[in-house]
Ligand binder design. Structure first.
Ligand SMILES: Nc1nc2c(ncn2[C@@H]2O[C@H](COP(=O)(O)OP(=O)(O)O)[C@@H](O)[C@H]2O)c(=O)[nH]1
Ligand SMILES: [Mg+2]
Length: 234
């Protein structure tokens, strides 16, 4: 009983902080994407390539990087010229909404632009924590095998998008990509699935198009909002 009470308290507290983040993102017309995956599935590589592409469109961008230790990923992001703040969770296995709030005090969300959050690498804990984001994106590399959506259903059921990464490696693997997609759809029929390679760029344009459409929805959600965001973009 005591354990259940403590867990409920933690989740309620996180939910309140996530709501505050969401209100702030809505006010500033920031489109926020929470990227989640197991370690090494290619989040940072994909993010770097995505930022380079979005920069050529003149988008306003920022990144919050979550890892247990080091500033390695934030350094990789900053090398693109996009601002990044690193959050180290120590023994923690996920980011929570208050960590995002504290990160925003150091680095404001881009008004009228996109904030990417790279979560701590694992397919379990990050799925349970609302950060106030607009969309949850799970990345699974084809090297992880077609059974992962079935083994970690919670992550795949909360996600809006699945990026199946590293498809350039398919000729070297014995993985059934259509089955991996079918397994993901079995868990979550509304998942949008994009097979991609951050190395070759294959499939990436569909991902960029999705980001563009979602950003337009957030920025143009109401005429007043769009004008306010324009003014802040200056
Ligand atoms: N073949 C291939 N390797 C990739 C691709 N994207 C990332 N990698 C490699 O996968 C490893 C982990 O990538 P990283 O971006 O650090 O993953 P993260 O831990 O999810 O952020 C690195 O050695 C990358 O070079 C890809 O599209 N194709
Ligand atoms: Mg990373």
């Amino acid at each position: 009983m005591r354990r259940i009470a403590v867990e409920q308290d933690i989740m309620a507290k996180n939910g309140r902080a996530a709501d505050l983040n969401r209100e702030r993102f809505a006010r500033e017309r920031t489109f926020v994407v929470n990227l989640m995956s197991s370690p090494g599935s290619g989040k940072t590589t994909l993010l770097v390539r995505t930022l380079q592409e979005l920069k050529t469109r003149g988008d306003r961008l920022a990144v919050i990087e979550g890892d247990q230790q080091t500033t390695l990923d934030a350094d990789r992001i900053r090398a693109t010229g996009v601002p990044a703040v690193q959050v180290n969770t120590g023994k923690g296995c996920h980011l929570d909404a208050e960590m995002i709030m504290r990160a925003l005090a150091k680095q404001p969300a881009p008004a009228g632009g996109t904030l990417f959050i790279e979560n701590v690498g694992n397919l379990v804990c990050p799925a349970g924590f609302d950060l106030g984001e607009a969309k949850k994106v799970v990345i699974a590399s084809v090297t992880e095998g077609e059974d992962k959506p079935l083994k970690y259903p919670h992550m795949f059921s909360v996600a809006d998008v699945l990026l199946l990464s590293k498809i350039d490696l398919l000729p070297h693997l014995r993985v059934d990509l259509p089955l991996m997609m079918e397994n993901a759809r079995q868990i979550n029929p509304r998942l949008k699935i994009f097979p991609v390679s951050a190395y070759t760029g294959a499939g990436m344009s569909a991902w960029y198009d999705w980001l563009r459409t979602e950003l337009a929805d957030v920025v143009g959600a109401s005429p007043r909002g769009a004008v306010a965001a324009e003014a802040q973009v200056g």
